[in-house]
Ligand binder design. Structure first.
Ligand code: ZN
Length: 220
């Protein structure tokens, strides 16, 4: 999801796998390892319409044997640099948005002191409840547009503890709960435009996009 530039944080742009030949024993496919190792500090962000297949493919779990892997650590670090890069300025990003269809997201915890970014692996939204809001959202993968999306104010999430592999659960409320909903939708191949009441061109964002070079990498 993307950071709101007007009206406090009411607009966010949130930031989709082909499973080819798996590298023996690692659990990561050759394609995943290539994307993780070849990208420099900021990863290429998948966008519509070119990357529709990537963004629409449901993501799979990171296996227990991969939770301590160097590949996961590297991927997490690069996803964080990507979502916080000035060219993205997001409040959340999901692994399909950097070409990896695994259940990994970063969310800026705006509900915590100092608003830290936190990573969640094998995350799921277990339940949604509370009031329905119609806040403005944008997405790193749908540049230049934003829309109003009905979301619930409360979520119960579950995710894997990277040290023990055990499942943790947490209740999240408010705007941060909306970021979780947006990012978890990415893991199911769902984009905010599928749920939005309306989607419109965001002229301010269009102007901002002109500052950056969106040339696609050779490996893509
Ligand atoms: Zn998004």
């Amino acid at each position: 999801m993307r950071h709101c530039r007007y009206g406090l944080r009411l607009t966010f742009v949130l930031g989709a796998g082909m499973v080819l030949g798996a590298c023996a024993g690692s659990g990561w496919t050759d394609r995943e390892r290539m994307i993780i190792s070849l990208s420099d500090s900021v990863m290429f962000v998948t966008t519509l319409p070119e990357d529709s297949v990537q963004l629409r493919t449901p993501s799979i779990d990171v296996e227990a044997g991969q939770l301590q892997s160097e590949e996961l650590k590297t991927l997490m670090a690069k996803m964080l640099r990507t979502v916080t890069d000035p060219s993205q300025d997001g409040v959340g990003i999901a692994a399909p948005q950097v070409g990896i269809n695994r259940r990994i997201i970063w969310v800026q915890r705006l509900d915590k002191e100092d608003e830290p970014f936190e990573c969640y692996v094998n995350i799921r939204v277990d339940s949604l409840y509370g009031e329905t809001t119609h806040g403005r959202e944008g997405c790193l993968s749908v540049p230049g547009y934003s829309g109003f999306v009905p979301r619930k104010t409360d979520v119960i999430i579950s995710y894997a503890d990277l040290e023990s592999g055990e499942t943790k659960k947490e209740h999240v409320n408010g705007y941060t709960a909306i970021i979780f909903q947006h990012e978890c939708d990415h893991l199911d191949g769902i984009l905010y435009i599928d749920k939005a009441d309306s989607v419109f061109v965001n002229q301010a964002w269009m102007e901002e996009l002109k500052q950056f070079d969106y040339t696609r990498p050779d490996w893509w």
